[in-house]
Ligand binder design. Structure first.
Ligand code: NAP
Length: 238
């Protein structure tokens, strides 16, 4: 089966792409970092270098692809600051990457799944889409929108045999904060097994995919055991 995984150059997406490749899927890995894509190619995956916020480039990258599985995983975290201090450009960029590109990608791929009467679309959402976190209003907004979109889209596609799964992730040890926090702060955040590992999320995706076609896991929450709750945590946990 052909599968597109976005954000496959690092973190959660890379783990999902490699796990699916290991299971025999024809994985097309999307990302921007050419070196990381080259590494995936060396491991046998196909790749597309594209900034997902660039609609024209995205359309070109999708030429000739008809995936049975789409993992809408790519995302970024805007600068952690009170909403009033973000620039319009920072807001627009986060919405374009975290939401706009997800809608565009799904619009391009879902009709083919509907026509073929099968398919599975995953969305990497976040606990931040289901609970408020200070200094992350725009990130929370984009992830809440992704969650709402996924659940509503599922109703459109379910009659056509296409499954939709929202991955509600808590803190996962990835490169998400690389540009936002110093190395020591990131190390502290992930110390003492306080984060889920990307491979854990990939294992869940593989398990969900392996279920028979009549079973749809509409959403799963995956968070560190010590992260108190997916709804109402008082600090940013993913
Ligand atoms: N880590 C967590 O705690 C956590 C918790 C909940 C949800 N999430 C979500 O999980 C998803 C994956 O993030 P991660 O934690 O694995 O972080 P990551 O290691 O930083 O990975 C982010 C991925 O998104 C890609 N990406 C970002 N902007 C892009 C753009 N404009 N065009 C194309 N690709 C782009 C990056 O690829 P390039 O740099 O190569 O473009 C990279 O592969 C995100 O949606 C994030 O919001 C993460």
């Amino acid at each position: 089966m052909q599968a597109i995984v976005t954000g496959a150059t690092s973190g959660i997406g890379r783990a999902i792409a490699l796990a699916m490749h290991g299971q025999g899927h024809d994985v097309v890995a999307f990302g921007r970092r050419k070196e990381a894509l080259a590494e995936l190619e060396a491991l046998g995956l196909r790749t597309r270098a594209v900034d997902l916020a660039d609609r024209v480039a995205l359309a070109v990258a999708l030429t000739g692809l008809a995936p049975d599985v789409l993992v809408n995983n790519a995302g970024m975290m805007p600068r952690m600051a009170p909403f009033c201090d973000l620039t319009e450009d920072e807001i627009d960029r986060a919405v374009a990457v975290n939401l706009g590109s997800v809608l565009a990608m799904t619009r391009a791929v879902a009709p083919g799944m509907r026509d073929r009467g099968r398919g599975h679309i995953f969305f990497t959402g976040s606990t931040a889409g289901h609970a408020p976190f200070a200094n992350l209003a725009v990130y929370c907004a984009t992830k809440a929108a992704v969650g709402g979109f996924a659940q509503a889209l599922r109703l459109d596609l379910a009659p056509h045999g296409v499954r939709v799964t929202e991955i509600v992730a808590g803190r996962v040890e990835t490169g998400l904060y690389n540009a936002l926090l110093p190395a020591e702060a990131r190390a502290a955040m992930y110390a003492d097994a306080s984060a889920v590992q990307p491979g854990d999320v990939a294992a869940m995706v593989a398990a969900v995919l392996a279920l028979p076609p009549h079973v749809d896991v509409a959403r799963f929450d995956i968070l560190p055991t010590r992260q108190a709750t997916a709804t109402g945590a008082s600090r940013k946990d993913g």
